[in-house]
Design a protein around this ligand. Structure first.
Ligand code: PGA
Length: 246
């Protein structure tokens, strides 16, 4: 794993955006999987700047949400597809027909999962996945558990994740307790993986993740240690507890 520590959160976003832009320039048909949450916002701002000022072309890019809350539609203000639409898609020349997320309002979630897996397969998997990391080490919504699921599945959300995500809702009672998420094989099949982390609140998990010399379902991000092309970009605050052994 390549580990990059940046002076600021803004710089973390810029460096992540540069890797995504490099992928798009090299491969205009790139298939991306992009994350939601607070951490990637600066990265998407920079991608919009690169589009506006340097003509970074999203015209043939495909983009997959890696997860979605069960029950939230594509136009739900707290949903993850809507997040991607507001933070990136509506500002660049991506064709919305090329933007995908699991259908989380289908009463038959198993059917949504199957369709989503088929779509990922049709597109040949992800060229680049941009991951965040939860304070408990989750990637996408692959939570610490006795085992990690390989493919897209329904995940019950832990109390701590629901608490962390309550800030995006008016009220904690509105946070869905389940989500559809890609599995670790979807992530590991990506040609390139970029993981970003910022802020002091991520410093404990980053120290555990980076220093871990084993793979453990208790800390799902550790599976990334087996992938040949992972870049971890974190700001100084998230790197605050690293012990220099990376
Ligand atoms: P965050 O979420 O960017 O809002 O901290 C990270 C995650 O849960 O993957």
């Amino acid at each position: 794993m390549k580990v990059v520590i940046t002076e600021s959160e803004k710089n973390m976003g810029i460096q992540a955006a540069n890797l995504i832009a490099e992928e798009i320039r090299k491969n205009p048909d790139a298939v991306l999987s992009l994350s939601t949450g607070a951490t990637p916002v600066g990265c998407y701002k920079e991608l919009i700047r690169l589009y506006e000022e340097q003509g970074l072309d999203f015209g043939n890019v495909k983009s997959f949400n890696m997860d979605e809350y069960a029950g939230l539609s594509k136009d739900h203000a707290q949903g993850f597809y809507y997040f991607m639409y507001k933070q990136l898609y509506e500002h660049v020349n991506i064709d919305l027909k090329n933007t995908f997320s699991p259908d989380a309002v289908n009463e038959n979630l198993a059917e949504s999962i199957q369709k989503f897996e088929m779509l990922i397969e049709q597109e040949g998997g992800f060229d680049l996945i941009l991951l965040g990391i939860g304070r408990d080490g989750h990637i996408a919504f692959n939570m610490p558990d006795r085992e990690l699921k390989l493919s897209t599945h329904v995940q019950e959300l832990s109390e701590s994740t629901m608490n962390d995500n309550a800030r995006f809702f008016d009220d904690k009672s509105q946070v869905p307790n389940k989500a559809i998420t890609v599995g670790v094989k979807n992530i590991m099949d990506s040609r390139k993986i970029v993981l970003i982390a910022s802020g002091e609140a991520k410093s404990d998990i980053m120290a555990r993740f980076i220093s871990s010399d084993s793979i453990s379902p208790d800390l799902p991000a550790t599976v990334l240690k087996l992938h040949p092309d992972v870049t971890v970009i974190m700001d100084k605050a998230a790197a605050g507890k690293l012990n220099g052994t990376y």
